[in-house]
Design a protein around this ligand. Structure first.
Ligand SMILES: [Zn+2]
Length: 281
């Protein structure tokens, strides 16, 4: 990136900044405490992409060159010792479909959440303001990565992710640990009436919208809404860790769709099972 070094704000409570092989990322201290997991909420710092996509952009859907994006995947793969073809991502569509990696074929699946217990595989979510959620089940040694924009949140995707873990791995919600990563904060996320109405009837609505005086607009705490959904799904408060780090306020560190006026890249947020143990097969 043609910028001065990034200014890293103090890490949010329960999180820490890390660097590995040139990749700078945020980690949940709690998830990192599980030795069978590797995970990262990547920043955009360094990487091969330029212009609006500088530098560690993982998506070609917004117009970045394939070569640069491929080099970024290579850099990540090398940093974490996970082969590139073992990073599984989705064609994210702002729905609530959770896909099990075990059921995936050759094509890139469409959905907004991935679950797996396959050793050596990483499930990833690309974001630029939307909420990335990583979940781990220490009993089944299974993990989940979720993409929660306002549409998915309004349809309860975090609750559906917990349901999917129950269904696939008999996960006990009270045993799960979840980390809610960097996303656009209520400081910067002003929404209109359709978004406000989309959450009608949802228990968390009262807590997450703040009316902007004199206008039919609201400030929405999207990460907070997902945190409430995870608790409603049975996770213990002490096992839900929310970064509350705004992507739009920290554009030197994160891609922000709103903050950059729509043309920007996507950071990767991933969680992998037992990468060390899996290196032998
Ligand atoms: Zn902000």
């Amino acid at each position: 990136m043609n910028r001065e070094g990034p200014v890293f704000p103090p890490p949010p409570e329960g999180f820490r900044w890390m660097e590995k092989g040139g990749v700078c990322f945020l980690q949940s201290v709690s998830l990192a405490g599980h030795s069978w997991i590797d995970h990262a909420f990547c920043t955009r710092w360094r990487g091969a992409s330029g212009g609006a996509f500088a530098g560690l952009n993982f998506s070609v859907r917004e117009g970045d060159g394939e070569d640069a994006v491929r080099r970024n995947w290579g850099m990540l793969s090398e940093a974490f010792g996970i082969p590139e073809d073992r990073f599984i991502t989705l064609r994210q569509v702002h729905g609530t479909r959770l896909v099990s990696l075990e059921d995936c074929g050759e094509t890139v699946p469409e959905g907004d959440g991935l679950v797996t217990a396959r050793r050596g595989f990483a499930v990833g979510i690309k974001t630029a303001d939307c909420v990335p959620i990583l979940i781990a089940d220490p009993d089944a040694r299974a993990v989940c990565a979720v993409h929660a924009g306002w549409r998915g949140t309004a349809m309860g995707i975090a609750e559906k992710a917990v349901e999917a873990m129950r269904r696939h791995f008999s996960s006990e919600p009270s045993r799960l640990t979840a980390a809610v990563g960097p996303a656009i904060g209520p400081c910067c996320y002003e929404v209109d009436e359709p978004v406000f109405r989309s959450m009608e009837g949802r228990g968390e609505r009262e807590a997450v919208f703040r009316a902007v005086p004199g206008r039919d607009r609201w400030k929405l705490d999207l990460a907070g809404a997902n945190e409430i959904q995870l608790a409603a799904a049975g996770l213990k408060g002490g096992r839900i860790h929310t970064a509350r780090l705004c992507t739009s306020c920290n554009r030197n560190l994160f891609f922000s769709h709103r903050g950059e006026g729509g043309k920007t890249g996507r950071q990767l947020n991933f969680i992998a099972v037992g990468t060390d143990a899996a290196s032998g097969g």
